[in-house]
Design a binder for this molecule. Structure first.
Ligand code: PA5
Length: 461
């Protein structure tokens, strides 16, 4: 596998599979997995070509983004955007914004792009703080929910809508955009009744795979991200993976097989550790994608988010000397958008820092990534090393598609369905029941019984 980034500007290295002989064991396991991997590839290809439920993410890079660009232009006419959504209806937004917009973009001078406020967790303190910031300004309310029913999103949509209406003294539905399923759910009925703006999340795309639908694209575009380049990056990665025959030439298949090898070999966790602040929430987006997709039927690996170099000073002690129960993926960036060169140290009291004279911060961050990788390999821990030529919309689109593909293939290799989320749905039903929603009384009773078990043993301080 090439060390140098190719057309996509991303290189993948798998040479350290953990401990003595780990790499040759991985290679022979990949050999044995060959037929199952070929089957998984065909499974994705066949179902994606029919746009079967769950597989729609594969076709998203080809969708015409004109409706997204139009909605983004409309949003740019506002001072602020209140985005309500949770899980797959929020994490992709945070990920794209952090990766592609200037740092501290909400502090840009007024009159530029709108300010963005995310109401995901239904924490009243946070919701009120958002309102304190947006009231009095021209605010658009963007509600995102694939199911069009999720309690956290619906409740906050109602609250912000009523605050906005009370302030304006009339209907504010003209200032609302809902992004949801084309047919089902309360959001769709609301859009049909009120004629507020609406966009669709295709029925074949699940929540955590929806970042390249209007769900993730509209606000990213409104705030200044180049979504055409993002989609092109995803399309280029898809075409590359489709043409890279065999595991040895195909990093997504290699990574899926690597995950399976370590899951079966007693490493039930997978750490994603980018060495770039821009990718901090990429790890968070990945954690949902991975956790909800592969964590089923007692199988899967637990995603762990980390950020280099910060977690060198927090988690790397555990990673190198704690239990050998994790696979580590480090992401480094070859050319950073900014570089800072330190001046020469001349103070005698600072002489011991002279090794930093004229050195560059970005270069140091890269050396820190190498240092962590080396320390992990020395400790016999498995490391996957991904190197990006740079972070831009094209590369991020490529990475998004890459990880969605790895997730789907891994799910298939594990023998589970990577596109459903029964555990999430159960939590939603319990919440509906406890909140008194019609038809969920049985769920409320069940939730109460299980909760009582926890309280049987306890201490009050
Ligand atoms: O991936 C999923 O389906 C879920 O995690 C959803 O993203 C999350 O529950 C939010 O659901 P919805 O977009 O339907 O409000």
């Amino acid at each position: 596998m090439s060390e140098k980034p190719g057309k996509l500007g991303i290189s993948f290295s798998f040479g350290a599979a953990g401990g003595e002989g780990g790499t040759s064991k991985l290679e022979s396991s990949i050999g044995e997995l060959g037929p199952s991997i070929a089957e998984a590839v065909e499974w994705v290809k066949k179902n994606a070509s029919r746009d079967e439920s769950g597989f729609g993410w594969y076709n998203l890079p080809d969708k015409d983004p004109s409706d997204v660009l139009k909605a983004a232009e409309w949003l740019r006419g506002y001072d602020s955007i209140i985005h309500v959504g949770i899980g797959g209806s929020a994490l992709g937004n945070l990920m794209l914004h952090q990766a592609l917009l200037p740092f501290y973009f909400n502090e840009r001078p007024a009159g530029g792009a709108p300010r963005f406020y995310l109401a995901d967790n239904p924490d009243p303190e946070k919701a009120r703080a958002i309102w304190q910031r947006v009231k009095g300004s021209r605010a658009a309310l963007v509600g995102v929910s694939k199911s069009g029913a999720t309690a956290e999103t619906m409740s906050q949509f109602l609250w912000f809508r009523s605050k906005m209406a009370a302030e304006s003294g009339g209907s504010v539905d003209g200032d609302a955009l809902v992004i949801t399923d084309p047919k089902g759910g309360v959001f769709r009925s609301f859009a049909n009744d009120t004629k507020c703006r609406s966009l669709e999340i295709p029925p074949s795309v699940g929540g955590r795979y929806s970042v390249l639908t209007p769900c993730g694209l509209v606000t990213a575009s409104a705030l200044g991200a180049d979504i055409k380049a993002l989609l092109k990056g995803a399309a280029d990665m898809r075409d590359f993976l489709a043409s890279a025959a065999g595991v040895e030439a195909n990093p997504a298949l290699f990574l899926a097989a690597t995950h399976l090898f370590h899951e079966r070999g007693g490493r039930p966790m997978t750490v994603l550790m980018p060495y770039a602040n821009r990718l901090e929430t990429f790890a968070e987006w990945f954690a949902q994608l991975w956790g909800e997709s592969v964590g089923k039927e007692g199988l899967g690996t637990t995603p762990v988010r980390a950020l280099g170099a910060i977690d060198q000073h927090s988690q790397v002690q555990l990673y190198t000397a704690g239990p050998d129960d994790k696979l580590y993926t480090l992401i480094n960036v070859r050319n950073r958008a900014e570089e800072i060169e330190l001046s020469t140290v001349s103070d005698s009291s600072l002489e011991s820092l002279s090794y930093l004279s004229g050195r560059k911060l970005g270069v140091m961050l890269g050396f820190e990534a190498q240092s962590t990788a080396a320390a992990l390999v020395k400790a016999g821990r498995p490391v996957v090393w991904i190197e990006l030529d740079k972070i831009d919309a094209h590369t991020v689109g490529a990475l998004v598609f890459f990880y969605e593909y790895v997730t789907a293939i891994t799910g298939r290799l594990l023998g589970i369905n990577p596109f459903d989320q029964p555990g999430v749905e159960q939590g939603k039903r319990y919440t509906y029941g406890l909140m008194g929603r019609d038809g969920f009384g049985k769920d409320a009773g069940e939730a109460g019984q299980y909760f009582e078990r926890i309280k049987k043993l306890g201490v009050t301080a």
